[in-house]
Structure formats: structure tokens, C-alpha cells
Design a protein around this ligand. Structure first.
Ligand code: HEM
Ligand code: HEM
Length: 230
């Protein structure tokens, strides 16, 4: 018998769709010709906050949001790949092993894009808060990362969206609606426990902590730039 399980808590769903929207906005505002670079920085800080939140949520959050639940080991990954074709209609309750790996990769690449942004400079008026305090070799490494990792993010996102549609159209498993509603249908064949709540109070406490950290990182800790008058 099929039953409905709450799998993705509200913070994971909000994180997901905010990340999608803000990555698009970061790309749009990064083009110097649009004159939106101030917005680009703000959106970049927001994305940094999103990723830090998700990492903490991956440790303390609800069952299927936890890294321990979805980072695969070699055995589960090989088993999944070996049985991939046979498993029509089959979905894991949380992320499947391959999807779990992809999530880790996406979080890491977006984090490195956001962190490298802190050391960026657009050769006109705008710099990230740590640009002037970094050595020139750090500046060029960060610039190399910032100019190239976004292409990797695009490639992985395309693969990720293609995988979601492959599941929908070929394997007849809709993973997209659950990322909106939070609920998945379970066929009762595996460990089918849903989560009881989204733990919103804990999420709020973490969001507050992340905001305080960002205030320290982007305001209090920023080295004061020396100004020279001639
Ligand atoms: C910029 C584009 C995107 C990025 C960077 C992205 C990133 C992610 C991340 C990080 C997760 C893991 C969520 C978590 O555990 O917190 C995820 C899951 C998911 N995303 Fe996306 N996403 C993107 C676009 C989309 C789009 C457009 C769709 C729908 C067509 C989609 C469908 C899903 C689904 C269904 C899951 C859950 C997969 C599962 O059931 O294991 N994503 N995505
Ligand atoms: C995950 C968040 C971010 C994304 C997705 C992102 C994306 C991008 C992209 C696609 C470009 C254009 C690169 C190119 O033309 O090759 C760019 C440029 C730039 N980004 Fe970001 N960025 C993010 C965060 C940040 C942050 C936090 C800062 C600063 C605090 C920043 C500062 C800049 C600057 C100054 C440029 C202009 C570089 C130039 O003109 O050479 N970015 N960003």
C-alpha cells in the first residue's frame, strides 16, 4: 500500500529554490555591462549564507537532510549503479547514492564560487571585502576560481535537471513535486519513515547564527583599507 511521507523539510525546500533563483540572479548581475555589480556582491553574500546554513543543517537538521544519511559509501554507490536499469519505479526515500554525491559536489562548488568572490575585483571600482588584504598570488588564484567554477556549476546543474527529468520520464518517478511539497509516495518496500516536523525553531536559531557570522565576516572583520592622499 502506498503512503505519503514528509521527506524534505521546509528549510531544505526553501534552500533549494532560493539557491536556484539566486544563482540565476548572481549570473545575471555579474555582467559588467548591466551595471549591477553592487547587487552581485549582495546576492553572493546571500548565497554564501545559504550554503553555510545548509552545511550546518546537514549536521543538525532532519533525517533526510543529514549528510550522514545521504553521503554514499563505495558499496552503496556500486550497488546503486549496478542495479540502475532494473530499478524502474524505484526511488530512495531521501537522496539516492548518486544524487547524494551530486549534492555534495554542488554545495562544494557553489561554496568555492562564493568564497572566491570575497577576493574579487572588477578592475573598475568594485572589490570583494578581502581583495585588498590578499597577496597578489591569492588574488589571482581566487580570480581563476571565480572565473571558471561557475562553468562547472552550470554543467552540473544541467546534469542535475536532466537527471530529475530522466527520473520523471523514463523511470516514472516524480522527484520534482516532493522538492516543492516535501511529500514523497512510498511503496512500503524499504525503510519508510517520514520526518515528523521541519524543526523550524532549530532552523531559525541556525539562520540567526549564520547572520551573526556573516555580519562578523563582512563588516566587523573586514580589514580597513589604507587611503593615500597625494
Ligand atoms: C541552478 C540549478 C540547481 C541547483 C544548483 C540545484 C541544486 C540542488 C541541491 C543542492 C539539491 C540538494 C537539496 C538538499 O538536500 O538540500 C537539489 C535537490 C533536488 N533538485 Fe535541484 N538544483 C537546481 C535546479 C533544479 C531544478 C530546475 C529542478 C527541477 C526540475 C531541481 C530538482 C531537484 C530535485 C527533484 C531534488 C531532490 C532530488 C532527490 O530526490 O534526491 N533542481 N538540487
Ligand atoms: C555563489 C555566488 C557567486 C556567483 C554564482 C558568482 C558568479 C559570478 C560570475 C559568473 C561572474 C562573471 C565571471 C566571468 O566573467 O568570467 C562573476 C564576476 C564577479 N564576481 Fe561573482 N559570484 C558570486 C559571488 C561573488 C561575491 C560574494 C563577490 C564579492 C564579494 C563577487 C564578486 C565578483 C566580481 C567583483 C566580479 C567581476 C569580475 C570581473 O569583472 O572580472 N562574486 N561572479
Amino acid at each position: 500500500m502506498k503512503n505519503k511521507l514528509l521527506v524534505w523539510d521546509l528549510p531544505v525546500r526553501l534552500f533549494h529554490w532560493s539557491l536556484v533563483t539566486s544563482l540565476f540572479a548572481a549570473w545575471y548581475t555579474s555582467d559588467g555591462e548591466r551595471n549591477l555589480i553592487d547587487w552581485h556582491l549582495k546576492i553572493g553574500y546571500f548565497i554564501l549564507g545559504l550554503i553555510i546554513f545548509r552545511i550546518i543543517w546537514g549536521i543538525f537538521g532532519t533525517r533526510y537532510a543529514k549528510f550522514a544519511q545521504f553521503i554514499p559509501n563505495k558499496k552503496s554507490l556500486l550497488y546503486y549503479l549496478k542495479n540502475f536499469k532494473q530499478e524502474k519505479n524505484y526511488t530512495t526515500v531521501g537522496h539516492n547514492p548518486l544524487g547524494g554525491l551530486m549534492v555534495v559536489f554542488m554545495l562544494t562548488s557553489v561554496l568555492s564560487q562564493a568564497v572566491s568572490g570575497l577576493f574579487m575585483n572588477d578592475d573598475i571600482f568594485t572589490s570583494g571585502p578581502y581583495y585588498s588584504s590578499a597577496s597578489s598570488s591569492i588574488q589571482s588564484i581566487m580570480s581563476l576560481i571565480h572565473h571558471n567554477v561557475f562553468d562547472i556549476i552550470i554543467a552540473v546543474s544541467v546534469l542535475h535537471i536532466a537527471a530529475a527529468f530522466y527520473y520523471l520520464l523514463v523511470k516514472k518517478a516524480n522527484l520534482i513535486v516532493p522538492m516543492i511539497t516535501g511529500y514523497k509516495q512510498s511503496d512500503g518496500t524499504e525503510n519508510t519513515k517520514g520526518i515528523k516536523s521541519s524543526r523550524l525553531f532549530l532552523a531559525l536559531v541556525i539562520i540567526l547564527g549564520v547572520a551573526v557570522f556573516l555580519y562578523w565576516l563582512l563588516v566587523l572583520n573586514v580589514p580597513v583599507e589604507e587611503e593615500f592622499y597625494y
